[in-house]
Design a protein around this ligand. Structure first.
Ligand SMILES: [Ca+2]
Ligand SMILES: [Ca+2]
Ligand SMILES: [Ca+2]
Ligand SMILES: [Ca+2]
Length: 430
């Protein structure tokens, strides 16, 4: 993909994301494309109560030699166009790797359920003061698991990331399996537009194989739902789960607006009710905002890792501030804000463990990473566990339980709304 940069954000040269007002399709789409000599690459239909109007978003390719910015300016003035924006290019933040301390034994305590794979390095799940932490600076996972551990037929949680190593022995059982798709026959058996999409979707390549060659998405997936109590590796927030792999980034951590829109659309159309988004930092994109808003799912979003204040300098997508989204900062094993974590007294909703997080990595490995990327799947996992325990709840009700059940921590009031840090037990009891 050829790229340009202007004024500060890179975008794909000769491409655009254009929202057309509602109306007849494909006639309207085709006449728009014809008018500008463009070809249609993707078409997204959007509507619902969170959008001002029904709209269709086209990803288009311009003819050779057309100036992208001039064309965007011209299209923006077209009466059929709601907005036209570049196909922005995104780069995933590099992972912050950390040392993994040796495991210790964890003494069980009353009123808890301690699975046989609650590795002591999972301080975010259960902190007894191991490895220099503060006792109970955690999400009270064993207390929550005494109530509920998730269901194999629980809510579909889309991990919108670099894919998932769906062959990992500590993840495979907890992957969503597309019920209407036959693997490897070269056919789109369920007619959802993607061939052989068994465990999810590769939105970057528009293929049915979301295998993770990067590691970021596999690490996030392990926190949400590594198989629990299987005498192996680690335990996720959900011991049983249905995680859908939605690969929007290639293995180098690169993506673009069109791939992100394809990923959000796939997750929504194929039944995900929770999405985990450990990425961001791009410009404001109306199309991206509308795609999240039009989906009925609850979208959990990372606040970002540059240490800044999101109230002053917005971070997207976490700053779209939708009723069905929740922005997450990172706390450490002493319940302090991670130095890298972005924050926002009004724009970041909740803190969660995000420093030295031990989880799954591709090729049957495990390791520790730090970032709001690691905090986000704790919250997405919690949303999944709440939805599994209370299947009748919608996105807003799940969000309310997560916030009501949170620990209100002193010193955090200036960093996140109400000084909230995730408490899994609290969320189930709220
Ligand atoms: Ca605890
Ligand atoms: Ca299919
Ligand atoms: Ca097939
Ligand atoms: Ca396990």
């Amino acid at each position: 993909m050829q790229t340009q940069t202007s004024p500060s954000r890179p975008f794909a040269a000769g491409e655009a994301i254009v929202a057309l007002r509602g109306g007849s399709r494909p006639a309207g789409d085709n006449s728009f494309a014809e008018k500008y000599g463009c070809s249609i690459q993707d078409c997204f239909e959007m509507g619902g109560p969170n959008l001002q109007s029904e709209q269709r978003i086209l990803h288009i390719k311009m003819p050779e030699g057309m100036n992208t910015e001039k064309a965007l300016a011209e299209m923006s003035k077209d009466p059929n166009v709601l907005y036209a924006e570049p196909n922005y290019i995104y780069q995933l933040d590099p992972d912050i790797a950390t040392d993994t301390p040796p495991a210790q034994t964890t003494p069980p305590s009353p009123g808890t359920l301690i699975p046989n794979d609650l590795d002591s390095r999972l301080w975010g799940m259960n902190n007894t003061g191991q490895n220099g932490g503060t006792a109970n600076a955690d999400i009270n996972a064993p207390e929550a698991w005494a109530i509920h551990t998730g269901r194999a037929d629980g809510p579909i949680i889309a991990v919108i990331d670099t894919g998932i190593d769906y062959r990992h022995p500590d993840l495979a059982k907890n992957l969503w399996v597309n019920p209407g798709e036959i693997a490897g026959n070269g056919k789109d058996d369920d007619g959802n537009g993607v061939i052989d999409d068994v465990f999810g979707y590769n939105a970057f390549d528009n293929s049915g194989d979301p295998l993770d060659g990067n590691g970021h998405g596999t690490h996030c997936a392990g926190t949400i739902g590594a198989v629990g109590n299987n005498n192996l590796g680690v335990v996720g927030v959900n011991h049983q789960a249905q995680m859908m792999a939605v690969k929007i980034f290639n293995d180098k951590g690169e993506t673009n607006s069109a791939a992100i829109l394809r990923g959000i659309e796939y997750a929504t159309k194929n039944g995900a009710t929770i999405t985990s988004n450990s990425w961001g930092g791009g410009p404001y994109s109306q199309a991206q905002r509308d795609a999240f808003a039009a989906s009925p799912a609850l979208h959990i979003m990372a606040a970002g890792n540059n240490g800044g204040d999101n109230d002053k300098k917005p971070n997207y997508p976490s700053n779209y501030e939708l009723d069905n989204s929740l922005a997450v900062a990172a706390s450490d094993r002493r319940d302090k804000k991670a130095s890298f974590s972005q924050f926002g007294k009004t724009t970041v909703d909740l803190a969660a463990p995000g420093v030295d997080i031990y989880s799954t990595l591709p090729n049957n490995r495990y390791g520790s990473l730090s970032g709001t990327s690691m905090a986000t799947p704790h919250v997405a996992g919690a949303a999944g566990l709440v939805a599994s325990a209370f299947p009748e709840l919608d996105a807003a009700a799940i969000k309310a339980k997560l916030l009501e059940g949170a620990d209100k921590l002193k010193g955090w009031e200036s960093f996140v709304v109400d000084g909230n840090r995730l408490n899994l037990e609290g969320a189930l009891k709220a």
